[in-house]
Every structure is written in structure tokens, then in C-alpha cells.
Design a binder for this molecule. Structure first.
Ligand code: ARG
Length: 607
């Protein structure tokens, strides 16, 4: 529908020029006319698009809105391209113009999608000349997942991982070159504490592989943190240890590498199960650029010395006491902060290769709690002139994961939930649901079938439950809801696909290329119209970075398909309806598969 709506927009502008000649326009009318006046219909019974500007124009021109609407409609009817695409416009209510795409156009769009792998979604075109000059307006960086070494990955990181991956998939599909960066927390004071503590309690863990498990490591970290907070001598030792590490001390480096490796292996297990690809480039990578950041900010007179620390005060950034709060770029002991690393990262990511990544859009997927951190860091980068005019930098925040009681998600005994346990439980529950269903349906299936279906459904349910919420709001984690076959859930969508696969097993040839496609039922037209919206939805996600839009679309598509499937005969229909309906089944299946793959969710033929 993207191309069609663009053509309609052009036709509308041509009509405007005829009905409201430029020389007669006031500034007010011209601003109405240049706005975006073609909007999707608010209800399916109004057709496909609506033009609402007659009402505001009427006020300006002191004429009746219906008369104005009529003039626009008459003019549209004289436009060649318009009449190719649309049925005659209808004036409704006080002066709305309703447009519906004509059958011929809809059918030709359906024909096109039957043979188009991209299902009508255009591939972005980039200027090769610009790309050669290192101005990669096709390159996007998504910074996501990004857990911290020696700490366990928590549900917040799971959200970041799932949302970030889906955004990466959508942008990749649009044609961008996406750098999926895992900005792991692998640097800083936590290592000083941990190494100091381990030296005393399990020194062999600092030079021998696999002496401690990740869960032990997490406990050691907790103990170390406690000692750090309570014991000034331990604090001092830890600080020295950090200095040692940052200065490249051999022993410390080896210990650090071991600890990172251990965590990395653990993280990788989760990524493998979720089918997530990431490139690890942790905070430590930017260590060598930190001094440069300080010098650059100093040269631009942006730093203020506040009790020995190098700080920046930004407009509107105040502490809880309402006083201006500085962002500390370099601590009084010479150490650097989380923010300093992020500044170095911005510089590097935007710099032209070989000095950096040469990206044009930077996307950061973290919990909403980091919003002020990013807003501060982005402001500083702008003040320092590091963000070229055509580059975009965005924080993509998400809300908290809560239990069904609305409180922080915890185990029954009140501990933080481990991600592996969460995935295992989803799969286990999916398996129990499946076994119940098999026994009510008196079906017997192999163990490998049961394994495959429950793993797929379990993982799909977790991912979809997360993605289908508007990410900005908090989301309530409920196994029962996410695994239900009813409602906006992964199993519901998977089931629509299974139905289509069933049609094909029963002899319906989905590889239709029928020249003679015909439709008459309203359920068919409703399905066609929904199918043709895919390109608009993808364009929206690309821009607004909200995967829930895609989920909502796939859910509606499944509902409309199910209505069609329940109410209109397919295999039993006579030709040409049979082939035409099979064509719709085929495009629906491809659309669902593509949509799910962009969400990072695997699909099934049977379940
Ligand atoms: N490691 C951080 C955390 O666990 C997230 C890092 C996000 N990315 C960034 N460039 N700051 O909260």
C-alpha cells in the first residue's frame, strides 16, 4: 500500500492545485493543503483511505464543507492515475471523503505478491557514491543485550536482547547493514573488587579455567561488593587492583580475561537458545579512547573542575535536591565512568572508517531507567559536535518486567529469576499443554515431535509476549497468558500457520500462479486488504522502532484469516475460487512467516 498511497497523495495534490489555485491561497489554507491529508480509513467500512481536510478548509474559506469535499472528489475523478486505482470517492458525514481501492488494483497487487519473496516490501536504495566515501547512510548500529560480566544476565537484559534482535532483523530486512553490538560491562571497579576478593578466597580461579561456576561468580561478586561497601582497606586494595588492570598488569589481565570468558560462555548459552547473533564489543574496547574524549571536551571548553572531578553541567539535569547535577566525565582519582565510555563509543561509532564504524544511526536498547543517562550523554556529544547533521542517535527505552502481582519478577522464594530457568519453565509448560491437547485429541506423536513443538512454542511465547507489548510500558510476565492458544499470543499466530500447512497437506496446492484470480466474498476482500498493509507496517517499525506494531498486525491478520478459513470454503470451492483462495492462503502463510522471522520467532508446520 506504500506505493498506492504515494500515488494517491500525488493525485490529491494535483486536485488541490486545480480546486484551490495557488494565487487564491491564504497562508492558512496553504498550510492545510500541504499537510498530510490522506490518512488510512478509521474503520474498514469507510474504505481504505480518508481525506478530512474539507472541514478545516471550509472554516477558512467560509464555504460548506460538503461542497468543498465534492469539488475535491470531482477533480479526483478527472485524474487519470486516480481512476486507475480507486473507486469513485464517497462523501460522508459533514464532509469526509472516503476512498476505496478498486478490485482491479487489489487483484494486481495480490498477483505481484504471489511471486515476490519480499511480499511487496521495498528494499532501501542507498547511494553507492556516498557509501564509497565512507558516509554509510546504510549502516546502523544497534547496541543491545549488553549484560555485565560477573553478574548474571537478568530479565531486563532479556528484554533488551529480544527487542534489539527484532529491530535488527527489521532493519536488516529493509536493507540496512546492521552492526549488532553487545556493549558488555567488562571494565571498571567491579573487577577490582572481584579480583581482590577471589585472590583471598579462591586464588586458583584467577589463573585456571572453570574453577568457579557463573553462579558462584555472581555470589563472589555480591560478597566482594559487601566488603567493598564496609571495609576501607578492602576498598583501597580494590582500587589499586583496578589501576593495575587498567595499566595492563599481567596477572590482573589474565584474571580479568578468565572472568570475562566464563561469563561469555554463560551468556552465549542464552543467545544460542534464543537464536540471537551479537558481536561482543565491551566497555574495555573504548579504554584506549577515553583520554581522547577528555582532551576533546577540554579543548572545547566543556569541562568544569568540580572538587577535582572533570564535570559537565547540562541544562535541566538536576539531582533529587533540585540542584544542578554534574555528569562526571573523569573522577577526582583519574578514573572514568560509564558515561565516559559511552561518549567514546558515540565518537567511535560515528567516525568515518578506518577511525570508526561510520554508522549513520545509533540505537540503544536499554531499560527506561537509563533514559537520563542517555539524554545526558547525547547532549554532550551534540555540544562537542560529534554528531554529523545527517546522523541519528536514539535511546529505545523499555519498561520493567513484573510478576503477575505487578511487583518485580521474582522466584517463589523471593530470589531473582535466572534466565535459563525462565526459558526451561516456558518450554516445560508448553510441553504439558501439548500433551494435554494430544490426549484430548487422541493423537499420538513421537518424542522428537513433542520436543520440537514444545521448545519452539516455549521460546516463541516468551519472545512474543515481550514484543507484543508497547515496549515503553511495564510488562506483566505470565506463563499462562503467553502460552494460551487464544488472544494476542505466539501460539495463536503459530496456529494460523499450522492451519494453512494443513490445507496444503490435504491437497491444496499453495504454489499457485493462477492467472485467473477472482474474489467475491467480503472475507476475501478483508484478508486482501490486510495482506497489502505489510509494507506500511514495516516502514512504521523501521521509523518508530516499535515491534509491537508488527505483532499487532500479525495478530489482526491471523484473526482475519481465521474468519476467512471458518466461513469460506477453500478446498471444496470450485474454480476459479479454489485457486484464488489458495493464493490468499499462500500469501497469508508467507506474510506470517516473514513477520515472525522479523520478530526472531521460529514457526511450525504442525503443532
Ligand atoms: N551494561 C549496561 C547494563 O547492564 C547496559 C549497557 C547499554 N549500552 C550502553 N552503550 N550503555 O545496564
Amino acid at each position: 500500500m506504500l506505493e498506492i498511497s504515494a500515488r494517491l497523495e500525488e493525485a490529491l495534490n494535483r486536485a488541490f492545485i486545480k480546486v484551490f489555485p495557488k494565487e487564491d491561497q491564504s497562508s492558512k489554507t496553504s498550510s492545510i493543503l500541504t499537510g498530510s491529508n490522506l490518512v488510512p480509513a478509521s474503520k474498514p467500512e469507510f474504505g481504505d483511505f480518508q481525506i478530512n481536510c474539507a472541514l478545516s478548509l471550509a472554516k477558512e474559506l467560509k464555504q460548506s464543507p460538503r461542497e468543498i469535499a465534492q469539488k475535491i472528489a470531482d477533480q479526483l475523478q478527472k485524474d487519470n492515475d486516480f481512476v486507475q486505482i480507486c473507486n469513485p470517492p464517497l462523501i460522508a458525514g459533514p464532509g469526509f471523503i472516503n476512498l476505496s481501492i478498486n478490485a482491479k488494483t487489489l487483484i494486481s497487487e495480490i498477483h505481484f505478491r504471489l511471486n515476490d519473496k519480499r511480499l511487496g516490501v521495498p528494499l532501501k536504495k542507498f547511494s553507492s557514491e556516498k557509501i564509497e566515501k565512507g558516509k554509510n547512510n546504510n549502516r546502523v548500529i544497534i547496541d543491545f543485550s549488553s549484560p555485565n560480566i560477573a553478574k548474571e544476565m537478568h530479565v531486563g537484559h532479556l528484554r533488551s536482547t529480544i527487542i534489539g534482535d527484532s529491530l535488527a532483523r527489521v532493519l536488516e530486512f529493509c536493507g540496512y547493514e546492521v552492526l549488532r553490538l553487545n556493549h558488555v560491562g567488562d571494565w571498571g571497579t567491579q573487577f577490582g573488587m572481584l579480583i581482590t576478593h577471589l585472590k583471598e578466597v579462591v586464588p586458583e580461579a584467577l589463573h585456571t579455567k572453570d574453577v568457579v561456576e557463573i553462579s558462584d561468580l555472581v555470589n563472589f561478586y555480591r560478597q566482594a561488593k559487601k566488603r567493598f561497601d564496609e571495609d576501607p582497606i578492602f576498598q583501597n586494595k580494590s582500587r589499586n587492583e583496578v589501576v593495575n588492570l587498567q595499566a595492563g598488569g599481567q596477572e590482573s589481565l589474565i584474571a580479568w580475561q578468565l572472568l570475562c570468558k566464563q561469563s561469555r560462555n554463560e551468556f552465549q548459552k542464552i543467545y544460542d537458545r534464543l537464536d540471537i547473533k551479537l558481536i561482543e564489543r565491551g566497555e574495555s574496547f573504548y579504554n584506549k579512547f577515553l583520554v581522547d574524549v577528555i582532551n576533546d571536551l577540554k579543548n572545547k571548553n566543556l569541562l568544569i573542575n568540580d572538587q577535582g572531578a572533570q564535570c559537565i553541567f547540562l541544562d535541566g539535569v538536576v539531582g533529587k535536591d533540585g540542584k544542578p547535577q554534574p555528569i562526571i566525565i573523569q573522577k577526582s582519582d583519574g578514573g572514568f565512568n560509564y558515561a565516559t565510555t559511552d561518549l567514546a563509543a558515540i565518537k567511535y561509532r560515528l567516525a568515518t572508517p578506518p577511525y570508526g564504524d561510520g554508522a549513520y544511526r545509533l540505537i540503544y536498547v536499554t531499560d527506561a531507567g537509563q533514559a537520563s543517562h542517555f539524554s545526558g550523554v547525547f547532549q554532550i556529544a551534540k555540544l562537542a559536535n560529534w554528531i554529523p547533521a545527517d546522523c541519528q542517535i536514539e535511546h529505545v527505552p523499555f519498561g520493567l518486567v513484573q510478576g503477575e502481582d505487578g511487583k518485580k519478577l521474582k522466584t517463589r522464594s523471593g530470589e531473582t529469576i535466572r534466565l535459563v530457568d525462565l526459558l526451561d519453565e516456558a518450554i516445560q509448560r508448553a510441553r504439558e499443554d501439548l500433551k494435554d491437547r494430544l490426549s484430548t485429541e487422541s493423537r499420538s506423536e513421537s518424542e522428537s515431535f513433542i520436543d520440537n513443538v514444545s521448545t519452539t512454542v516455549g521460546i516463541a511465547a516468551i519472545k512474543y509476549a515481550d514484543l507484543s507489548q508497547n515496549r515503553v510500558s511495564n510488562y506483566q510476565f505470565s506463563f499462562d497468558k503467553m502460552l494460551s492458544l487464544q488472544g494476542n499470543t505466539a501460539p495463536y499466530l503459530l496456529y494460523a500457520l499450522v492451519r494453512i500447512a494443513g490445507i496444503s497437506r490435504k491437497g491444496g496446492d499453495l504454489k499457485v500462479s493462477s492467472q485467473n484470480i477472482q474474489f467475491e466474498e467480503p472475507q476475501e476482500w478483508a484478508l486482501i486488504r490486510k495482506l497489502l498493509q505489510l509494507d506500511c507496517i514495516i516502514a512504521e517499525v523501521e521509523k518508530e522502532l516499535l515491534p509491537n506494531r508488527l505483532c499487532g498486525y500479525l495478530f489482526e491478520l491471523s484473526q482475519i484469516f481465521n474468519r476467512f478459513y471458518d466461513q469460506v470454503p477453500i478446498l471444496k470451492a470450485s474454480e476459479p475460487s479454489r485457486a484464488s483462495r489458495l493464493a490468499l492462503c499462500s500469501i497469508t502463510a508467507n506474510t506470517l512467516k516473514l513477520g515472525m522471522s522479523l520478530l526472531g520467532i521460529p514457526t511450525l508446520e504442525r503443532m
